[in-house]
Design a protein around this ligand. Structure first.
Ligand code: AHM
Ligand code: MG
Length: 374
């Protein structure tokens, strides 16, 4: 039986990817891109694990394009290891060096993707505009990612995560920066090719840095969960074809914003607290880390929400590299991702860093909030 599987049957992410390739589910370029992303995640996991020791915690000093303080690890996670695969771990005294590296866009996620030689365009939460990979290294895939989401949790060693999505090749943006016009036009073309609806996603996933390091992936054939075995440094398949429960009595919202919400949403929130027939109201759980809150919702059922409010009319989360990948994953698990009125995957972004309200999780729970908001 499956409960007595011997260790000979361990499937690593590498083996799994090769099997998908063999079966024609993904092509060999996609295999390389996904393998590179998993390497970036392992490097970030190592940095997160050692953060207090490496003196990497605290505000980095720069403010990113969205006017937020960037934590040091946000910046470093965006930076990729150099081509030798060695990670530059800056110390406190080298914080200027961190800035310079960031400016030079020598980036962990970006470098892994560049060295994969299969990625044409990269768009990240930590970059103002999408970056076209130099032609000599360029491949076709478009990768969007948030290298370290929930980084305000870092100082307390609470869960964080990386989120990514992969879109189809787009010739529009195979840019040769030297020969084909100005940087501006290249950037413009990159913005256009990156701004696709989530329904075009070919693959999406996240890596959660928590009590275990968990890599969750879909290539459009269900949701697969891999756990990093620290003994071998390999991601090992631990759950396949994950299905989110149809309903679940756990909600994850930042209720501190209650007074800023509109009345319909307040009524929905109040309804969750009614004991009802079962005598038991919903339970509140909120980490403040999308990946952590989402992963729990995926496994236990329930709903995660980041609504619009009086101050932020589109909520807080980003459509392209947070909400769309998570919505693709949740749908692949039989759940739902909505902005309260429409399917997240149907929305075409017009801007890279566009925000959107998000309600995501069990079908019945998402439909319930949609009814209140209608
Ligand atoms: P970040 O991308 O700046 O890290 O912000 C995203 C995070 C999510 O992980 C989390 O769900 C949300 O912000 C929490 O926001 P708040 O503190 O407003 O509840
Ligand atoms: Mg984020």
């Amino acid at each position: 039986t499956s409960s007595t599987k011997s260790s000979y049957e361990l499937v690593t992410l590498t083996t799994w990817l090769l099997k998908q390739e063999q079966a024609g589910v993904i092509d060999n370029e996609m295999t390389i891109v996904l393998a590179s992303i998993s390497t970036a995640c392992k490097q970030i996991a190592a940095l997160v694990l050692r953060a207090p020791i490496s003196n990497l915690t605290g505000v980095q000093g720069a403010v990113n394009v969205q006017g937020e303080d960037q934590k040091k690890l946000d910046v470093i996670s965006n930076e990729v290891s150099d081509s030798t695969g060695k990670l530059n771990i800056p110390t406190r005294s080298s914080s200027t060096a961190i800035n310079q590296e960031h400016d030079a866009r020598v980036q962990v996620f970006s470098n892994c993707l560049k060295s994969s030689g299969r990625t044409g365009v990269i768009a990240s939460e930590e970059e103002d505009v999408p970056v076209a990979v130099e032609q000599s290294y360029s491949g076709n895939y478009i990768v969007v990612f948030d290298p370290l989401d929930g980084s305000s949790n870092i100082d307390a060693a609470v869960s964080t995560g990386s989120i990514f999505g992969i879109y189809a090749p787009n010739d529009e943006c195979l840019a040769d920066v030297e020969d084909n016009g100005t940087l501006d036009s290249v950037e413009q073309r990159c913005v256009v090719s990156v701004c696709q609806p989530g329904s075009n996603l070919l693959a999406a996933g996240y890596c959660m840095y928590s009590s275990s390091v968990i890599f969750v992936l879909t290539v459009g054939t269900g949701v697969y969960v891999f756990t990093l075995d620290p003994m071998y440094g390999e991601f090992v398949l631990t759950q396949e074809k994950v299905q989110i429960p149809k309903a679940g009595k756990i909600y994850a919202f930042n209720e501190g914003n209650y007074a800023l919400w509109d009345d319909k949403l307040k009524q929905y929130m109040d309804s969750l607290k009614e004991p009802g027939d079962s005598g038991k109201p919903y339970s509140a759980r909120y980490i403040g880390s999308l990946v952590g809150d989402f992963h729990r919702t995926l496994l236990y059922g329930g709903i995660y929400g980041y609504p619009r409010d009086k101050k932020s009319k589109n909520g807080k989360l980003r459509l392209l590299y947070e909400c769309a990948p998570m919505s693709f994953i949740v749908e692949q698990a039989g759940g739902k991702g909505s902005d309260g009125h429409q399917r997240i995957l149907d929305i075409t972004p017009t801007e890279i860093h566009q925000r959107v309200p998000l309600y995501i999780g069990s079908v019945e729970e998402v439909e319930k909030v949609e009814k209140f908001l209608a």
